[in-house]
Design a protein around this ligand. Structure first.
Ligand SMILES: Nc1ncnc2c1ncn2[C@@H]1O[C@H](COP(=O)(O)OP(=O)(O)OP(=O)(O)O)[C@@H](O)[C@H]1O
Ligand SMILES: [Mg+2]
Length: 213
C-alpha cells in the first residue's frame, strides 16, 4: 500500500524541501525496486528544480495544487508507488494544511531549534490536532554544540505535549545544501555526505517503524 508522508510548517526555511528530497532518496536507495514520488506543492518549485538538475527519472517529481492533490495521489496509488512524499510551501493557508493532513499517513513538522521557530508552530499544531492525524516534530538544522536542541525539545514537550518529537535529528550540514543545488542526495556525494546520510537513514528507519512497516 502507498505510504504518504507530508512535510508541513508555516515557518519558511525549516528544511521541508531538503528533508522531503532526502527522505525520498533514502527510500529509493535503501529498498530495491522501491517506487518513490515527490509531490511538490510549492509554487516556488524547489523540488522540481532539484529534479531538473538531477536528470534522472527517479524519484519521480510532480507538482500539484490544492485542486489537483487528491487526483495526483490517487494516480500514484493506482500506479503502485510505495512512498509518496509531499512537500508543501512555507506560507500555507489553512485549507491546504487540512487537505494534506487528511490525505497523509504521517505529517512531519521540521523545526529549527530556535525559540522564534518553535513558538511559531502553535497555529499549525492547533489545526492538525483538530484533524487527529499522526504527526511528529523533527528538529532540523541542529547545531553540533550548545543547548538549543535541548531547549527546543523541552519547549515542545511543554507547549505541545500531544505531539512527539522524532528521535532522529537532522544536523546543519553544508552537504545538504550542496546536494540540493546539484540535484543529488547526500547519499550520493561520498565522504562529505556521510554524516547527513546516517541521519537520513536513521530517520527513514524510525518512520518505517512508526508506519508499521
Ligand atoms: N540540514 C541542513 N543543513 C544545512 N542547511 C540546510 C539544511 N536544511 C535546509 N538547509 C538550507 O536551509 C534553506 C531552507 O531549506 P529548505 O528550502 O529545505 O526549507 P523549506 O522549509 O522547504 O523552505 P520554504 O518554506 O521556503 O519552502 C536552504 O537554503 C537549505 O539549503
Ligand atoms: Mg520548501
Amino acid at each position: 500500500m502507498t505510504k504518504i508522508i507530508s512535510f508541513i510548517g508555516q515557518k519558511g526555511g525549516s528544511g521541508k524541501s531538503t528533508i522531503a528530497v532526502h527522505f525520498a532518496m533514502e527510500a529509493l536507495l535503501s529498498q530495491e525496486g522501491c517506487q518513490v514520488a515527490i509531490i511538490d506543492m510549492d509554487p516556488q518549485g524547489s523540488v522540481l528544480e532539484w529534479s531538473r538538475m538531477r536528470k534522472d527519472a527517479n524519484p519521480v517529481v510532480v507538482s500539484a495544487t490544492a485542486k489537483t492533490l487528491e487526483q495526483t495521489l490517487k494516480q500514484a496509488q493506482e500506479e503502485g508507488f510505495d512512498y509518496v512524499v509531499v512537500d508543501t510551501p512555507g506560507r500555507q493557508d489553512t485549507t491546504l494544511i487540512e487537505l494534506v493532513s487528511a490525505m497523509s499517513d504521517l505529517i512531519l513538522l521540521p523545526l529549527r531549534p530556535s525559540l522564534f521557530d518553535v513558538r511559531a508552530v502553535a497555529g499549525t499544531i492547533t489545526l492538525l490536532n483538530a484533524k487527529a492525524c499522526k504527526m511528529r516534530f523533527l528538529l532540523s538544522q541542529t547545531p553540533a554544540r550548545g543547548n538549543q536542541v535541548a531547549d527546543a525539545e523541552a519547549y515542545c514537550a511543554r507547549a505541545h505535549s500531544e505531539v512527539a518529537i522524532t528521535r532522529s535529528k537532522i544536523g546543519y550540514r553544508t552537504a545538504f545544501q550542496k546536494a540540493m543545488i546539484d540535484g543529488q542526495g547526500v547519499q550520493e556525494v561520498g565522504r562529505d555526505g556521510k554524516k547527513g546520510q546516517l541521519e537520513i537513514a536513521g530517520l527513514f528507519e524510525e518512520i518505517l517503524d512508526l508506519l508499521g512497516n
